[in-house]
Design a protein around this ligand. Structure first.
Ligand code: PGA
Length: 240
């Protein structure tokens, strides 16, 4: 795994975009694996700005997102599909038909998981963007999730519900379940960029980069990927 430590969040976003832009210029019909959360927002702003300038086009790009809350979908402000539209899709020339997220609104959640796994099996993600949770989770794969897992339904941990409450009016509104790509789906990407910013990620970054590779820290598995780049700002990297 390559490790890049940056002086701040701005430089972290710029380094991530450097890698993404190279892929998009080499392969204009690339498939992107995208993530929600605060950390990739700086990267998404750079993608949008460059697209506006005409440097990069997303006309032939496809995307697959990591996860979605169960019970939220298009039209729900806190849903991940709306997050992606607001923070990226509405600002680039991607065809919404080529963007995919797990369906949190399906009455049969197992069917929704199976459908997403099938879609992923037929896609090849050129670069997967990831954040990391304060407890080392990737997507909604919490500590203890099998490294062999594929798309599944999870009960969110108290820590994750607390971390995500900032996006809702009150903690009671945070959904308690999500549909998430599994760790095996994530590891199938051709390349992975994992981003961590801020002191509240320092323990998770330490566990992911220097701890034992085991299921107590889901992000630790990324060290076994053949083309993963971990980009952490100085605060997130402060315990390394
Ligand atoms: P964040 O979330 O980018 O909002 O910190 C990361 C995550 O929980 O995966």
């Amino acid at each position: 795994m390559n490790l890049i430590i940056t002086k701040d969040y701005e430089e972290l976003s710029a380094k991530a975009y450097e890698i993404v832009k190279k892929i998009l210029l080499e392969k204009p019909d690339a498939t992107l694996g995208l993530a929600t959360g605060s950390t990739p927002v700086g990267l998404y702003k750079l993608m949008a700005a460059d697209c506006k300038k005409g440097e990069v086009s997303y006309k032939n790009v496809k995307s697959y997102n990591l996860d979605e809350y169960v019970g939220l979908g298009v039209g729900d402000e806190q849903s991940y599909v709306e997050f992606m539209r607001k923070n990226l899709f509405n600002h680039i020339d991607i065809d919404l038909k080529n963007t995919h997220l797990p369906d949190g609104m399906d009455a049969d959640m197992q069917k929704a998981c199976d459908r997403y796994n099938e879609m992923l099996a037929n896609a090849e993600i050129d670069v997967q963007i990831l954040g990391i949770g304060g407890n080392g989770h990737i997507a909604f794969n919490e500590p203890g999730t099998s490294f062999d897992s594929v798309t599944h339904i999870v009960n969110l941990t108290e820590k994750t519900i607390e971390d995500n409450a900032r996006f809702f009016d009150s903690i009671d509104e945070v959904p308690t379940k999500a549909i998430t790509m599994g760790i095996a789906n994530i590891m199938a990407a051709k390349s992975i960029i994992i981003l961590a910013s801020g002191a509240n990620k320092a323990d998770a970054v330490f566990a992911a980069v220097k701890g034992k590779i085991d299921e107590s820290c889901p992000a630790s598995i990324l060290r076994t990927h053949k083309n993963a780049t971990f980009i952490a700002d100085i605060e997130a990297a402060s315990k390394l």
